[in-house]
Design a protein around this ligand. Structure first.
Ligand code: SF4
Length: 520
């Protein structure tokens, strides 16, 4: 292979549509297939009887192109695209792809769908929760969001919460006891099982430190998602357990005073939260805390230039800390995924592609932004790679998808009243229409096992509405679509083990230090 050819294959991202790349990729595919055939003569003979060499390479190229950018495609759709209808031949082609490690790497790491693969699909597949869902078998939820907040001081414009709803105060205690019970019940082999989020604002629960300490005592990691408003110096001195967190993410709602007020409706919110960030970082250093710290920022319609302002602000906040360096471990950037929200149009997305380039340069040239991990999430990762095609809404669960009611074996969220919700955005107290997505109550049923098992055995009769799709967060959309995909693949006649991904070996391709955020 020439150096140019080698560079194209080894790039972090492969552009299948670039005509210059196509021949190089096909040449590469041929060399990998030839090598595999030496070890697998039976497969070679079978495929050679049915396809000319260039035909076979073209089909493999097509599959890599589709599955790396649209990981929720079904095997039937792929078979139609490559125009093969013999199930045994399809299985033989899939065998090749599953057994060539560079093809596996291309699919999960080098296409527009890499974030889908890495952040949700592979963790879910490895956990067997999708398999258990399809086979109607119980398993303890792979991820559980604990929602400890009693109330929230913001009224964010895009929030689904009921602004008048507050939990009864005595449930700060009772709810925390129920959280401890779930923590006791959880299998211990996966330390990242829990995250603390909302629901409402987690720091409004005076017992938050006790939950963090309990998770740590039981050898679970503790991650907290907060709006940062209460994270004052006084609060931190009173709640030092915050410094024992593994990860702390502040949802940041505006790059200046006016914008933050417009979103949160809370005067002084911008000033208070930015001051809290500076103080938190100083105290984190004083406590020698190893908490991974960062911000989450949702880019709203007509606000794509905010990403530049955000990074300017982060640089300024770092300067104010006064230790001469960057103190943020990560920034997660997200597109607004609400079904009923306004989507960015193509022009704005092109604008965003330019702005992302600028911020990547800023990151390289400013010591106060050095080494920040930017997680672009599902929707923005393709834009980071210069692509404006793979729309987030194309991966939304449809109204019909919703009816399969995935996936309690994958993720549930639990509130202080012990209600276990199926979807992340349904877990807001008294959110109109959300109650029907409560699987069961932990005070009544005593254990998560009972709640999930009862739900699997006796699924609720639910009166679905189109608007209910707004109860799904980004995780839920993918989990529901993934469950649909796997069940359709099974009906098509190809089992999970005969598919395109070798899930037992996939970790070899996924070495990354960055922690996945299971709260959207
Ligand atoms: S989005 Fe979060 S911070 Fe904003 S109102 Fe809703 S719960 Fe509160």
């Amino acid at each position: 292979m020439t150096k140019n050819e080698f560079d194209i294959i080894n790039r972090g991202f492969i552009d299948f549509s670039n005509r210059d790349n196509i021949q190089i990729l096909k040449k590469f595919i041929l060399s990998e297939v030839t090598e595999l055939f030496v070890r697998n003569e039976k497969i070679r003979d079978k495929l050679k009887q049915n396809f000319k060499e260039d035909e076979l390479i073209e089909k493999i190229f097509k599959i890599l192109e589709i599955y790396s950018s649209k990981p929720l495609s079904t095997f039937k759709e792929i078979a139609n695209e490559i125009r093969v209808d013999d199930i045994n031949l399809i299985k033989s082609i899939f065998f090749i792809i599953r057994n060539v490690s560079s093809f596996q790497e291309i699919i999960v790491k080098k296409g527009q769908g890499s974030k889908y693969w890495n952040n949700i699909i592979i963790p879910l597949l490895k956990s067997h929760s999708v398999k258990n869902f399809i086979e109607k078998k119980y398993s303890f939820p792979f991820r559980i969001g604990l929602f400890p907040g009693l109330s929230c001081m913001f009224q964010c414009s895009f929030c689904g919460r009921n602004y008048d709803a507050v939990y009864k105060r005595d449930f700060a205690d009772k709810g925390v006891e129920i959280f401890k019970k779930i923590i006791d019940e959880a299998p211990s082999e996966d330390s990242s099982r829990f995250f603390l989020s909302g629901g409402l604002e987690p720091l409004t629960n005076p017992k938050i430190g006790e939950i963090i300490d309990y998770l740590k005592l039981k050898n679970f990691k503790a991650s907290l998602y907060t709006n940062g408003y209460m994270l004052t110096e006084k609060y931190l001195n009173k709640n030092p357990s915050i410094f024992n967190l593994d990860s702390l993410r502040i949802s940041f709602y505006g790059v200046n005073d006016a914008e933050t007020l417009a979103v949160t409706k809370k005067r002084q919110a911008f000033k208070i939260v930015t001051n809290n960030i500076i103080n938190y970082i100083k105290l984190r250093e004083k406590h020698k805390s190893s908490t991974s710290f960062g911000l989450n920022f949702v880019i709203l319609k007509n606000k794509s230039s905010d990403v530049i302002e955000l990074f300017k602000l982060v640089s300024e906040l770092n300067k104010s800390v006064g230790n001469g360096k960057n103190n943020f471990d990560f920034i997660t950037l997200r597109e607004d995924f609400r079904i009923l929200g306004n989507r960015m149009d193509n022009n704005e997305k092109n604008e965003l592609i330019k702005n992302i380039k600028i911020l990547e340069e800023m990151k390289n040239n400013d010591k106060y932004l050095n080494n920040i991990h930017i997680d672009y999430g599902f929707a923005l990762e393709p834009l980071k790679n210069g692509f404006n095609g793979n729309k987030i809404e194309s991966n939304f669960a449809s109204f019909d998808d919703l009816k399969i009611l995935a996936l309690p074996q994958g993720r549930v969220v639990v509130d202080l009243y012990g209600d276990v919700y199926l979807f992340g955005e349904a877990g807001f107290l008294d959110r109109p229409g959300a109650k029907k997505y409560i699987l069961g109550n932990l005070f009544e049923k005593n254990s998560m096992k009972n709640v999930v098992e009862d739900f699997i055995k006796n699924p609720h009769q639910i009166d679905f509405n189109e608007e209910d799709r707004d109860f799904l967060d980004a995780w839920d959309h993918i989990a529901v679509r993934l469950s649909q995909q796997q069940s359709k693949n099974r009906d098509f006649g190809i089992s999970f083990d005969d598919g395109l991904i070798n899930i037992d070996k996939i970790n070899d391709h996924l070495k990354s230090k960055h922690k996945v955020h299971f709260s959207s």
